[in-house]
Design a protein around this ligand. Structure first.
Ligand SMILES: [Zn+2]
Length: 64
């Protein structure tokens, strides 16, 4: 299992995305961010997608 905390991405929020794979957790985070933090998504839209993915992958935590 992998998890990605919204807090680790700079938001004041307790949401944590989880997934069996990093991709799954990232997908869940993107969905949450779109719904809960549209202003963050707005800020990130100028960033290359590869950079956004790399940033999220870097914050990903592996769970036992
Ligand atoms: Zn959040």
């Amino acid at each position: 299992m992998f998890k990605l905390a919204c807090k680790d991405l700079g938001a004041d929020c307790d949401f944590e995305a989880q997934g069996a794979t990093k991709e799954e957790a990232m997908e869940m985070m993107m969905k949450h961010a779109t719904e809960a933090h549209p202003e963050k998504m707005e800020e990130m839209k100028d960033m290359p997608e590869a950079e956004v993915s790399a940033m999220m992958m870097g914050k990903m935590q592996e769970m036992a």
